[in-house]
Design a protein around this ligand. Sequence first.
Ligand code: HXC
Length: 262
Amino acid sequence: MEQCMSEFRVDLMAGKVALVTGGGTGIGKVIARQLGLHGARVAICSRKLEVLEATAAELASEGIECIVFQADIRDIEAVERAVAGTLERWGALDILVNNAAGNFPARIEDLSYNAFKTVADIVLQGTFNVTKAVFTAIMKERGGAVINITAPFEHMGVSWQAHAAAAKSGVISFTRSAAAEWAGLGIRVNGIAPGEIGQTEGVDRLADTLTSETQVRRVGSPEDIANAVLFLASDAAAYISGVNLYVDGGSGVDMLKVPVYE
Ligand code: HXC
């Protein structure tokens, strides 16, 4: 294994198996990589097999054990195949990261009925599909950690994002309900709400709707999100469940977004 530069112990995830949806690109890829660099074996899934394979090869070159599954999270059978395939290969699945999402900026009046449904199906229903499949196949019996990548939209309206904000808020609510229902089974369910994260498709897509006033603090990196995943997935967070952790440099609590100290 390559030298891992990290604030965490390099064997933090040793012996763990993780599944990262949307793990072929963007934040999901960095989450998969960081879990792997800290000793986890990592399964990644998404719709594009060639992208997954390229990512797996890249991770393998860093000494990470990674397997791939072509699965659209809206396709329940494909999801079940990915979960079963992971268990067949490694006999465990300790960490689920629901990272896959679909989004684009659009005004409500320009959203077709199918456009709204598509984002809800990917983000909310898809998160449910994978979580239920993993629960049924293994976590009900052995416990584990589920981490949902959410959004900091819980208490605010978001122009151009009515569809994504509604779906992500649903995921936050589902996170709490699952945390409550499964606490006695040793399953922790938490959310991570990324602020503005650079080098990602999501921010690229929304670039025209983000203004410089929202960028008072530095733009976050995918590693900032991966660090939060490492913490919430680890035993250091053994007493934490049902939270939606904002990883946004504090911008979510800043009403004015006017810099006081440069
Ligand atoms: C309006 C649009 C649109 C757009 C698609 N649609 N793009 N409507 N503005 N820019 C409409 C289509 O016309 C269609 O409706 C419906 O949405 C479904 O589109 P499809 O292309 O058929 O869907 P599909 O192939 O399933 O693709 C899903 C997708 C796509 C969400 C539209 O963009 C995708 O696959 N994205 C995955 C990657 C991604 O989005 N990553 C960024 C995540 S960022 P009609 O009526 O014509 O049939 C993120 C952050 C959230 O999640 C928080 C943000 C800050």
